[in-house]
Design a binder for this molecule. Structure first.
Ligand SMILES: [Ca+2]
Length: 301
């Protein structure tokens, strides 16, 4: 998909205030903080004005399609609003409205796909917190990106999307890898661990530009009896409001009788067309003797 047009969208370097971002007319304080969705992140601190935000102008081309993405996490303030503004016409291009971030774990994703209207050559990104004046409240954002979507990456039938993947590799286009679990979990012998009870799976946004992903699972296990460990995945087609009640994908691997150490167990393709999110549902260790440790799964798009 080419390069990220947002300057310092990952807040990689610990510099205050973060380069590339301005506070507009508000009195927000922008700082780079550890503990982001990946590495460092942006903290927006309210400092005497209502609804502080971080802003950045990005040059765009009329008629082209762009994909915007970022993550948000509550600090001492939970209400946020992300919007894209046509800076030439002073009109909204996309807007979340005021939403509350209730998970507190970087699982809340904001994304828009927009077509740039005629005469619009620059857009302004707003990362805003909705707060009480002088309350000094905080809210976090991270991994802010805007990519131009070339025509060959816009949705096509599955068969054509397979060809895109070849093109993606050949063109060195960014392929993202995301773990389902922020912290890998242990699954003891003959134990089933379930999302929401025993671990909290991230709900990965799979409204991508191609219809295929790949999931790999990893775990560590001592030598012992032959058995199987199974990873089950659920999907949503309404942005995580409701989830499938049977598995969308099951990856079961024989653990056999040899020790494995954080081995990537063979990738499996997953069709991510016509769904919006996927998450790890449960892990079943069918081995009556051995524990499996450091279990995780990764989605690559
Ligand atoms: Ca980051």
């Amino acid at each position: 998909m080419g390069e990220n047009l947002v300057v310092n969208g990952s807040f990689t370097e610990d510099i205050d205030p973060p380069p590339g971002w301005s506070v507009g007319a508000s009195q927000a304080v922008l700082t780079t903080e550890a503990g982001g969705q990946i590495g460092n992140c942006l903290m927006v601190t309210e400092h005497g004005a209502n609804n502080p935000d971080a802003r950045q102008i990005v040059i765009v081309t009329p008629g082209k399609i762009y994909r915007f993405n970022c993550y948000v996490k509550a600090g001492t303030e939970a209400t946020y609003r992300v919007f894209l503004f046509d800076a030439d016409h002073e009109t909204f291009l996309a807007d979340t409205g005021e939403l509350e971030e209730t998970d507190g774990d970087w699982s809340t994703n904001v994304n828009f796909t927009i077509e740039i209207p005629s005469g619009c050559t620059q857009i302004r990104i707003y990362l805003r917190q909705i707060c009480l004046a002088t309350a000094e409240t905080t809210l976090y954002f991270d991994e802010v990106s805007l990519y131009e979507v070339p025509p060959e990456f816009q949705r096509l039938p599955i068969n054509d999307q397979i060809n895109w993947r070849k093109n993606m590799t050949q063109k060195n286009i960014i392929i993202s890898h995301r773990d389902f679990l922020a912290a890998a979990v242990d699954v003891n012998a003959s134990v089933t661990k379930v999302n929401g009870t025993d671990f909290n799976s991230l709900e990965l946004d799979v409204r991508p530009l191609c219809g295929y992903g790949v999931i790999t699972v990893t775990f560590t296990r001592a030598a012992g009896g032959a058995s199987e460990i199974e990873f089950y995945f659920q999907v949503s087609n309404d942005e995580g409001v409701t989830w499938s009640t049977v598995e969308y994908l099951k990856i079961g691997y024989p653990t056999n009788s040899v020790a494995v150490s954080n081995v990537v167990r063979g990738p499996k393709p997953v069709i991510v067309d016509a769904i919006t999110h996927i998450r790890l549902w449960k892990i079943v260790n069918g081995d009556a003797v051995n524990n499996c440790t450091a279990c995780n799964a990764t989605l690559s798009l």
